[in-house]
Design a binder for this molecule. Structure first.
Ligand SMILES: [Zn+2]
Length: 238
């Protein structure tokens, strides 16, 4: 194989690995954001349960104050009943007392319901706390390993970059135009600038090339491009 083609293949191999690493690095912020969303969801579940528990507590206290108000109202009505001599007024006060007593029963029922809800909420809060804490450990570890991965990928990319720069300058020295063609193809043909000729087919675009192209590639004496896609072709080893 001619020297420039050999070097181009080496260069392309480095460029392809470099591209893979760079794409992985680029994907990292989205990956991390997804982990953080998972953690936020667990935190939200816990916060919602705790918020409900505190609402219940506030409502329970409010209802107890309300019941206490009704009870002192009843005591006042009873004093008035004791003092009045009018039958009508006595009956009206009796009605008021009955109504307030009924209200108190309603309030107490509601308080019991709330207390039951609060009891049921306790295991849910404990469960959400446990899940959040486990999720925190898991996500922290994932974020750490993602950062570690980036470090490794960056290290490898730097080493590859040194290699690719050296190879690129070798190709450039041998054939400046070929180097530019390669760079352009690598960019526009999805990282596949130099491809094998498989039988009579270009393995880049899968079309059949002409007989003379096949012969030229197999002669291994010059740089030959696919007539269809323009990629540089090389002959597979016999
Ligand atoms: Zn082609």
């Amino acid at each position: 194989m001619i020297e420039t083609l050999e070097k181009l293949l080496l260069l392309q191999e480095r460029d392809q690995r470099l591209q893979t690493f760079l794409r992985e690095i680029e994907g990292v912020p989205a990956e991390k954001a997804a982990f953080e969303r998972e953690l936020q969801a667990a935190q939200q579940t816990l916060a919602t349960a705790k918020e409900r528990a505190s609402q219940i507590e506030i409502e329970r206290k409010r209802l107890e104050v309300e019941a206490e108000g009704k009870r002192s109202q009843i005591a006042k009505y009873r004093t008035q009943q004791f003092e009045t001599r009018k039958n009508e007024e006595y009956a009206a006060l009796k009605n008021e007392i009955e109504r307030a007593e009924k209200d108190i029963i309603g309030i107490e029922d509601r308080v019991l319901e709330l207390m039951e809800e609060a009891e049921n909420l306790k295991p849910a809060i404990a469960d959400a706390e446990q899940k959040f804490s486990a999720e925190k450990t898991r996500v922290t570890a994932l974020l750490k390993s993602t950062d570690d991965k980036v470090g490794i990928l960056q290290g490898r990319s730097e080493a590859l970059n040194v290699e690719r720069t050296a190879l690129a300058s070798e190709v450039q020295t041998l054939d400046e135009n070929l180097f530019e063609l390669y760079e352009n193809l690598f960019r526009t043909k999805d990282g596949r600038a130099v491809v094998a000729l498989e039988g009579e087919h270009c393995s880049g675009c899968h079309t059949t090339v002409t007989r003379s192209t096949v012969l030229e590639v197999e002669a291994r004496k010059s740089i030959v491009s696919c007539e269809q896609c323009g990629r540089i072709l090389y002959a597979l080893e016999e």
